[in-house]
Design a protein around this ligand. Sequence first.
Ligand SMILES: *[C@@H]1O[C@H](CO)[C@@H](O)[C@H](O)[C@H]1NC(C)=O
Ligand SMILES: *[C@@H]1O[C@H](CO)[C@@H](O)[C@H](O)[C@H]1NC(C)=O
Length: 434
Amino acid sequence: MALQKHLLPFFIVIIISYFASSYSSLQEDPLDNPGYDDGGSFKSVIKQNNAVLSLNRLVASISAKTVNVDSFGAKGDGSTDDTQAFKKAWEAACASQGAVLVVPAKKNYLLKPIKFSGPCKPGLTVQILGTLEASSDRSDYSKDSTEWLIFENIQTLSVEGGGTINGNGKIWWENSCKINKKLPCKDAPTALTFYKSQNLSVRNLKIQNAQQIHVSFQDCTGVQVSGLTVTAPGESPNTDGIHVTNTQNMHISGCVIGTGDDCISIVSGSKNVQASDITCGPGHGISIGSLGDGKSTAYVSGIIVNGAKLSGTKNGVRIKTWQGGSGSASNIKFMNIEMNNVTNPIIIDQNYCDQDKPCNQQLSAVQIKDVLYLNIKGTSASNVAVKFDCSQSFPCQGIVLQNVNLQKEGKGAAKAECNNVKLTDLGVVSPRCP
Ligand SMILES: *[C@@H]1O[C@H](CO)[C@@H](O)[C@H](O)[C@H]1NC(C)=O
Ligand SMILES: *[C@@H]1O[C@H](CO)[C@@H](O)[C@H](O)[C@H]1NC(C)=O
């Protein structure tokens, strides 16, 4: 202790100079996006955020209180229920500034649903080295069958470590109405949820076989996601990779996602969400929406997908809205994207209908405007490589295709089907709307 007191001024100097240097190196624009103009505010928020998180990490590494789940009685043998031990460990970590909650390597912790709730002391890190495995007893989820692991009401949190989060979803898939048509349609849990939290960093984790959605961000601000590997069988129902709801200033990068549903889905209330260096397949591709279901109002804007490779997916880049909704999806850029045998590489579907009874023609719609498709190339599994099925009453506006070249995989020619769309072609565009 005496030694630490002695060293304190020294540490303060290190912290200040580290902060200064990491901040200035971040000024060198890691998020350089020609053509994306939001006045720089999104970039600067992410940068500050980065600096704050690096600073937190440094503070954590100096003053770190390490909280090991094993010290609270967790066994990690794959059969003991470790839920209570994790709850106690969380309380200890949450109450201590800059704490690191450690889940040791080479162990398998069996968990029932858990809420990791804040507010916590700032600078918390959850270091997952081993495996978290979901209970496959569905009665364990009877209180709330929509979440397994949830982090909520937390500021400045990092979740990382290279370990695995396994939703053990088989039992849920077998009981899905999409697999067994005789069963009623019910939600299954999201494996990992971040709710009402700010300044999050989620990186370097393997997330697999979720009960339903793999990772969900809802009502969050300032989120960095990177290095996630998300996997589930192509036929597992509704197993979206990363689902984003009502979340602002988010950057998803360097993720590999292959599941039974959307690779990334971005829905109502989301703004300034960027995804770069994303690999998708199998699954349903990258999707904005669905929006406007049940006559709801939805706003989504400032979405950039820059750098993605999709292979064997049902869709490439899709915007989907239900008839009868209102609001808008605007200022969207899909750029530098490679499609490899994708069934619907470019698609806007304003007549989306995912229910048993048919959806009737309606007069209102979520307005889609200012969507850029830039540098998109590759192959289409179907002969309709470009499909704009826009609303009769609210045609799509400001749609720009620039350097788009999609060929039919195998024999035949690719074509475009275009209804109610105001569009501009720049550079080479193939296929073109008739
Ligand atoms: C999140 O980060 C931003 C940008 O660095 C900062 O202004 C804000 O105060 C932080 N919010 C919280 C709740 O820590
Ligand atoms: C392309 O995708 C279709 C349908 O998804 C599949 O039947 C076909 O085998 C795939 N072709 C190649 C070359 O992968």
